[in-house]
Design a binder for this molecule. Sequence first.
Ligand code: ZN
Length: 220
Amino acid sequence: MPNINKLNLSDEPLPLNIQAMPSGLGSRPQTPQPGIYRFRLPEAPAIENVFDTQEADDTQILLAVFNNDGMLYNISLKQNYTARISNRFREIKVTNPETKEKEPLLISDFGMLLKALNAVPDRVSNRALATALVQAAGTEFIAEHTLTATCNKKNPIWKQGKTVAGKFGCGRQYAVEGWKSEKSERLQLPVVEGRVALRFTCPCDAELRSWGQLQGFRSV
Ligand SMILES: [Zn+2]
């Protein structure tokens, strides 16, 4: 190879905008092992395009779907992370500091994400919550990434790269830590060579995948 000074390199401007090129193009985000990681929201304007809605019982449910050029960035692992964070409500019981009684409280993952971002709006509507997330573009937060898998009774099972016609999942549900209550049960995801399996075979013969889920949102 010739030396840079002997190559007679052209100094004609090229039609390339290197700043506009995506970072990490072609690298598929890998599903990490369960753990607590530091994440960063996408920057503007990509964050304006992460929203979607679902209709349930005549109510509009706001969703943030972080994928494509609007992925979250896992700072701890230096890789992109896809996630779907819903504003669907659920009720928990918390102790009221004044009455010291356990009282019901509505929570949502979207709401807890905004709190972790220090981006809680005064007004609470889907539009206001989405706007608050856009205004928090590029902000960092901490969350626990966990894994779950479901052998869905409603879908035909998957085996050797294709669905098996007429054979449905068995309904088993899996989590990183298994547990059992009167009403339901989570089996422990298989661990292979010290790592939680991202793909495994259910006792019913279905091939399953473990999917990531964020919980435990908190501020950096
Ligand atoms: Zn199964």
